[in-house]
Design a protein around this ligand. Structure first.
Ligand code: UT7
Length: 339
């Protein structure tokens, strides 16, 4: 019988430090930059974001999200044979944050007298804000071919480390966080829970509109190590590709917009989400929105939003959820899931 993959647990984590618009606006004012809560809310929908402290790494946020997801799935670290971390803010240049996370999961399990997760597959996926959708697509493929049985698929970011706090056009948009799902292979069973279809794309001609151009060479950071963005170019491209990938993934699953119970889009800007929902003829009451509370957490934003909606009871078993991401690269894609 054919294998499919299904989500059996979700989890998320945020750093302790809340940064409401008022605090950020005050910080910008100290640098001589003018902004306001009204401007940020009106143009983006963001009211708050969270920033990590100096000793907190991407893998720390990822660990907390994974522990919550494992608990929700009634699994242990030793049940996991595949870890994929979507991130553009890895702990180190190498090894992957996924391998660091695997070891932290092992240490946490051993502290409880349980076996760890060593020996499974672990790697990172770098597709910026589309990273979680890319990672879920890769994990689904590996589970359906029997390469792995049970995966942790994680989006985790510390974007605050890439922000230029002298650039008001970008630093108000992003925050830190992590989200994770446990994905399990199971035999296909009619209308049972499963990833129904996936659809991912990239177009490298748009590298320059959203990037961190610097790199490490000979012990030095060469070039600009901070996030640079042409916001309007990103906005225009995003609205177009989010509609096309949503239609493509629905067509692959032989479903239509009316079959979608929840749209869980990348949380970049409320106006992009409203535009996408309008094009898909979905009411905003079917869109999970967390950008107001978390800001844009890049690869973490979709699993963070999904976990919030699962835990507050909006997303329920049997419902059809359309997740879609868009970001630097330019990359975009979607995953259609029956929960
Ligand atoms: O994961 C994908 C990541 N990126 C995105 O999704 C970004 C997509 N783009 C956007 O969300 C929007 O383009 C922004 C929110 C970045 C900007 O909104 P906008 O409506 O495109 O504004 P704008 O760039 O046209 O700027 C309008 C004005 C400008 O002033 P002038 O030139 O009209 O005098 C900006 O300098 O707003 C000014 N401005 C600000 N004012 C107060 C820019 N940033 C700020 C700020 N506070 N923080």
């Amino acid at each position: 019988m054919a294998l499919v993959s299904r989500i059996t647990g979700t989890g998320s984590a945020l750093p302790a430090q809340r940064m409401p618009n008022a605090d950020l606006v005050a910080m910008l004012a100290q640098r001589g930059l003018d902004s306001s809560d009204d401007w940020i809310v009106d143009r983006t929908g963001i009211r708050n974001r969270y920033f990590v402290g100096p000793d907190e790494q991407t893998s720390d946020l990822a660990l907390r999200a994974c522990v919550a997801a494992l608990e929700a799935a009634s699994c242990k670290a030793s049940d996991i044979d595949l870890i994929i971390v979507a991130t553009s803010t890895p702990d180190m240049v190498f090894p992957s944050t996924a391998t660091i996370l695997q070891h932290k999961l092992t240490l946490a399990a051993q502290a409880k007298g349980e076996p760890g997760a060593a020996g499974g597959v672990a790697f990172d996926v770098q597709a910026v804000c589309s990273g979680f959708v890319y990672a879920l697509t890769v994990a689904d493929a590996l589970l359906r071919t029997g390469t792995a049985r049970r995966a942790l698929v994680v989006g985790a970011e510390v974007f605050s480390r890439l922000l230029d706090f002298n650039d008001r056009t970008t630093c108000v948009l992003f925050g830190d966080g992590a989200g994770a799902v446990v994905l399990e292979a199971c035999e296909h069973s009619g209308d049972g829970p499963a990833i129904l279809a996936t659809d991912i794309h990239a177009d490298g001609q748009y590298t320059g509109i959203l990037c961190v151009p610097g790199h490490v060479r000979g012990g030095q950071v060469v070039g600009d190590p901070l996030l640079r963005m042409d916001g309007q170019a990103v906005f225009k491209l995003a609205v177009g590709v989010l509609e096309s990938t949503a239609r493509a993934v629905l067509a692959k699953a032989a479903l239509t917009e009316s079959d979608v119970d929840w749209l869980v889009p990348h949380q970049a800007n409320i106006r992009i989400m409203q535009g996408t929902a309008r094009k898909l003829r979905l009411g905003m009451d079917k869109v999970v929105v967390t950008v107001d509370q978390h800001g844009n957490t890049s690869a973490a934003s979709i699993p963070l939003a999904l976990d919030c909606a699962v835990r507050d009871g909006r997303v329920r078993p049997g419902q059809v959820v359309l997740m879609e991401g868009v970001g630097g690269g330019f990359t975009w894609g979607s995953v259609l899931v029956r929960m």
